[in-house]
Write a new protein. Structure first.
Lengths: 111, 120
């Protein structure tokens, strides 16, 4: 049972435009959500997170939106840069428990 | 802050030998570390949760006698792949749960750079 789903395996965006990466979850007990970026043959890098008590968190070019009623979160990257090209994983957890990862979305930013 | 290192970054070994991978939290203490495995074109698979001073908790289907985990200090966890076989070849990644007092970031896991294991 996939509790965290990233339904888009890949996304291609023009440099300077907005990248929107989506993630859906099924477990209503999750209360903390994270986005990680991963290059091939490297460990994931933490990008941004959001607690279930918020609906938006912003950090520079990265904004995460959480819609609890829809069990949906999204990561917005504005403006997109070629260096943003990577695999993006969303993850969810309940306090004190392990992270549950989505399958990842490959983002390609074209210059 | 919140840097995690892994050593070695790459290892090639003969079938039947054992390989030890170290995971260190460099600038914070981590009571909990995690070991993941990633197969090509697949997501991260949690293998086990490592708690300082106690036995690791293994995920279903992961052989605890095959993948020995030791978390002897607040900054070091080790994964030993015993009697490695070619099917154990993979990318192993550790993570450490973040430090306290950083606005909820205790729940954030910080990942090491990974170790590529190739068993011949």
């Amino acid at each position: 049972d996939q509790q965290v789903k990233q339904n888009s395996p890949s996304l291609s965006v023009q440099e300077g435009r907005i990248s929107i990466l989506n993630c859906d979850y099924t477990n209503s007990m999750f209360d903390y959500f994270l986005w990680y970026k991963k290059y091939p043959a490297e460990g994931p890098t933490f990008l941004i997170s959001i607690s279930s008590i918020k609906d938006k968190n912003e950090d520079g070019r990265f904004t995460v939106f959480l819609n609890k009623s829809a069990k949906h979160l999204s990561l917005h990257i504005v403006p997109s840069q070629p260096g943003d090209s990577a695999v993006y994983f969303c993850a969810a957890t309940r306090y004190g428990n392990k992270l549950v990862f989505g399958a990842g979305t490959i983002l390609r930013v074209k210059s | 802050g919140a840097v995690v290192s892994q050593h070695p970054s790459r290892v090639i070994c003969k079938s039947g030998t054992s390989v030890k991978i170290e995971c260190r939290s460099l600038d914070f203490q981590a009571t909990t570390m995690f070991w993941y495995r990633q197969f090509p074109k697949q997501s991260l698979m949690l293998m086990a949760t490592s708690n300082e001073g106690s036995k690791a908790t293994y995920e279903q289907g992961v052989e605890k006698d095959k993948f020995l985990i030791n978390h002897a200090s607040l900054t070091l966890s080790t994964l030993t792949v015993t009697s490695a076989h070619p099917e154990d070849s993979s990318f192993y990644i550790c993570s450490a749960r973040g430090p306290l007092g950083r606005g909820g970031l205790q729940e954030t896991q910080y990942f090491g750079p990974g170790t590529r294991l190739l068993v011949l």
